[in-house]
Design a protein around this ligand. Sequence first.
Ligand code: NAI
Length: 348
Amino acid sequence: MRLSVFSAKPYDKKYLEAAHAAHPEASSISLTFHEVSLNEHTAPLVHDANAVCVFVNDSLPAPVVDALADRGVQAILLRCAGSNNVDLERAAARGIVVANVPSYSPEAVAEFAVALLQTLNRRTHRAYNRVRDGNFALSGLLGRTLHGQTVGIIGTGKIGIAFARIMKGFGCRLLAFDPFRNPAFEEYGEYRELDELLPECDIISLHCPLMDKTRHIINSETITAMKKGVVIINTSRGGLIDTPAVVDALKHEHIGGLALDVYEGESNLFYSDHSQEIIQDDLFMRFMTFPNVLVCGHQAFFTREALTEISECTIRNLLEVMEGVCPKNSLTKDVKARVEEPQPVRTI
Ligand code: NAI
């Protein structure tokens, strides 16, 4: 069994190799690491691999899935929970198993959402620079006490609940919207319909997946319904936010603060060093001009505990594929991998 790992950074390699070594039954698996992301241009790099392992900014629409199938790939292993970057239907139709890591550390992401919120709110990033420069003035660092503020949570799955637990500890009033209500949330706050939640909240944090129904859930209409001065936190997926609408609302001071760990155009930027280049994404660069916008490069998951679980789970998923069973974390139900040698690449 040969696994080609894409978007492989040194830390991915380190943790995957450790998980591989920890499973004697995985000794027949050989790992190949590619630093580049998997997309239509890089799919030809897949040679003799039975499975590929990908991350959030690898792009696997139908033509890429077809190219993998033609190369004999039988499994796509996501090192993340979200699967919006893979054409699951096409994979199933081509007999490819797609499996994810459904939960690696919801607390890691929730804690990071809180870190973003408090950095933005209490301006600790600015204070850090000021003090190092010998400037101890407080003007411009004024924040708000979180205790007593109303926080809206959109999506009360694993991360949304972990976030609710922390915010309850701050003494916030919690409201949530989720079409599939989670009884666990009732311990922390109350559910509302989206249009009822928006005008009540001082802070809104997004914890739902990116799907057709949630794409641009933050748009000019929903922003208009929000309280003036609202703070929005997005650690979920960039596509949940209509970027031009948010830029407009920041310019008009309707949005009072924005903290992002994800961005719609992130696949061209994140996880690489662009510091010596002219960044061409004008919308992203507009964000950089606002003093009340904080952007991080999709790092909410990035803890030792999460990397360990991601790697362990990926190897477990692959072992199940090798056994010829449908993995517990399969997103292509009923598809079982054919454990066989990859087919030679068909050329036209
Ligand atoms: P989950 O599947 O446990 O929860 C998602 C929740 O969203 C569910 O309760 C679901 O009912 C709800 N939902 C579905 N449609 C909705 C809608 N239209 N409006 C509101 N809620 C809706 O997922 P989990 O683990 O909590 O992750 C949430 C998201 O966080 C993932 O989809 C992923 O995009 C993102 N994520 C980001 C990471 C990062 O490093 N920044 C790391 C891991 C996940």
